[in-house]
Design a protein around this ligand. Sequence first.
Ligand code: URA
Length: 286
Amino acid sequence: MTPVHSLIEYLQQLARHGERHIRLDEQAKEILRERIRRGKRTVNAAPRHPTGAKATDIHSSKRQPAEAPLVKLKAEGGSAIEKLTSLRMQAETWEPALSLSSLRDTMVFATGNPEADLMLVGEAPGYEEERRGLPFVGKAGQKLDQILMAMGFSRESVYISNICKFRPALKNQTTNNRKPTPLEMQACLPFVRAEIEIVRPKCIVALGGTAAEGLLNYENQPVGRMRERWHEFEGIPLRVTYHPSYLLHNDSAVTEKRKVWEDMLSVMEFLEMPISQKQRAFFAKK
Ligand code: URA
C-alpha cells in the first residue's frame, strides 16, 4: 500500500466516525502542495505535436500511476445544471487523471439534458470530440444520433457522457485514437458516479465493452456476453450494447444493427415509451 493509499484509508476511517474536518500543519500542507505542483509539471512538460496534440507515449511513462481515487466529489450549486458545471470545473484539472501522463490535457465533459431519463456512457473522447470539446460528435457520434432518433430521442433530450474525460494519448498522435485503459477510466470514475447522482437517469446504456468494463468492473468480457440482460450501476439499471463505431466498421451487417436495435428496444420498453410496429421491425429479417 502506498503512503497515499494509507492516507486515504485513514481519512475514510475518520469520515466513518463522523469527522468532517481535519487540521493540517504547515509541513503536511506543503507536502500536498508539492504533490499538486508535481502533477501539473508532468502534464505540462509533455512535448506538443504540430497539431497541438501532446505526443505522450503511454508506454514510456515513468511516473507511478495515480492512486485510484476513492473520493466522492462534491458538486456545488442548487440546480442540476449548476452542480454539473461545478463538476466540469473540477474535471478540468483532475489530478488523478492528468498525473497518469497517458491522457491528453483537454477535458471533454458531457452534453445533453441534466434531467434526462436516459444516460449513455461511452469510453473516451477522440480527435473530433477533443477539437470541439463535446462528446460523440465524430462519426461514431453521428451513428449514435441516428440510433437515438430512431428511438424517438433528440441528442438534447438524453444525457451523453464518457467514462474517461480526456483523450487517451498516443505517440506521434494526429487524428488516431485509442481506447482508455482500465486505470485511465478508474481515474475519471468519480465523475461518472457524481453525474449519475445529479442527473438520476431512469436507466443507463454503456456503449461498448470498454465502457461496460470500466463501469461494471468486468474483465475481458465480450459485449455479446454482457448484452441482453440488465446490470446495475449505482443502483440504476444498466444495459450494455455495442459501441456505435462497431456499426461503422460493420455497416453492411444488418444482424449487428439488429442486435443494437434490440438492446435499444429493451431500453424503450423499460422507459415505457410507445413503440410502433415499424420501429419493432427495424433491421429484422424479412
Ligand atoms: N467514442 C466514445 O466512446 N466517446 C466519444 O465521445 C467519441 C467516440
